[in-house]
Ligand binder design. Sequence first.
Ligand code: KE4
Length: 454
Amino acid sequence: MDPGGAVNGGEEPCRNSERTERIRNMDARSKQLFEAAREHIPGGVNSPVRAFGAVGRTPRFIESAKGDRIVDVDGNEMIDYVCSWGPGILGHAHPRVIKKVQEACEAGLTYGAPTQREVELAALIAELIPSMEVSRLVSSGTEAVMSAIRTARGYTKRDRIIKFKGCYHGHSDGLLVKAGSAALTTSVPDSAGVPADYSKNTLVASYNDRSSVEAIFRAEPDGIAAVIVEPVAANMGVVLPEPGFLEFLREITLQYGALLIFDEVITGFRLALGGAQEYYGVVPDLTTLGKIVGGGMPIGAYGGRREIMKMVSPDGPVYQAGTLSGNPIATAAGLETLRILKEDASVYARLDKKAEQIASAVRKAAGESVCVNHVGSLLSIFFAPGRVRSYEEAASSDTARYADYFGYLLDRGIYVAPSQFEAMFLSDAHTPEDVEYTCRVMQEYFSEKKGARG
Ligand code: KE4
């Protein structure tokens, strides 16, 4: 059944404005909740992008989710391509994961003490991502990245790090920065509340621009502790590494004695069972994980070679701790998720095929008016002509057109990221019928728009 059909009781979705109008009115309960939420929660949401600020619609308050569908509080059933921003690679509420979580809950929610499942999860991470010989579990991607950077600084005894404009690594102070006027040697806070002092040790290069990285290393040959990169940038929309870029980062960090950190919070276990480092064949010194490693529950992880990770307390002098690190419910969800992915490695070919189907449908319908970037089960449709290989090209996208596209899909039961600068995620639960329906609606949209432009 077309998800749009659920909105009006299951019959074939009609395309006329009367139904669209009815759907628009069918966010009445979300509107009420959003109003109430803003009383006690900043912006009414617990993470900014959820407020739909970039797309000018009322955020949908979700009541339940199963497989590739989410249902909001007004009863609208939608095909979900946000997948909770990545964790949902198996689809929502996978029965085996739910069963393990329910069993774990019966044994208590948290102990603040080591458990067997933490040992099993660390061993499985090391098996699937061999560069993560030793890893530490934390409770979010932000915490994983913050801790990995501290470890890199402790190991190299250097202070400066290099990040890339448009790459997002969570909200720790030192990473909320943007290039300063003298970009090579300064950066400035990119958020209120971050003291300038906190940003001075983070230098900003340009993704896919080797010369910007070389220039910083030439300016600070002995000062860089680490380069941190999203091996596939997915927080400016999906921007793929140009051929050789990741290999270049691997070489230049070795040349200057800096560590290479792959932030695989999104790509880990998504691009391949071994993440982007398996997919591209480039091995970093440290890796950060989140999202899928927790199977939908709060887990982050950071890890690397034993000689680096032995710096971490209580083995070494780099301090890091967490009340709910390795939480027994979260490790139950994470372990089962990874085990399911490991059992059936053909899942990645299935995911890639679905994403390619959508990418091809949009390229065919929209032609040169958009740029579709796709790798594995990640894709982005940039409302920008030509190719998008850099932050500047991504930033040139027409966000008003994206908002229009977003609303058209939402009104037809398709839930994509409420921002041009996020990714579209596929899961193993996306059915051929739902992917077909999605392609059809996207093709209708672009054909109508072409017609409108004449
Ligand atoms: P969390 O602290 O949100 O678990 O992870 C931070 C993080 C680190 N590294 C990468 C590459 C990430 O993409 C993220 C978080 N991703 C965003 C979505 N692009 C989370 C969604 C949100 O902020 O609400």
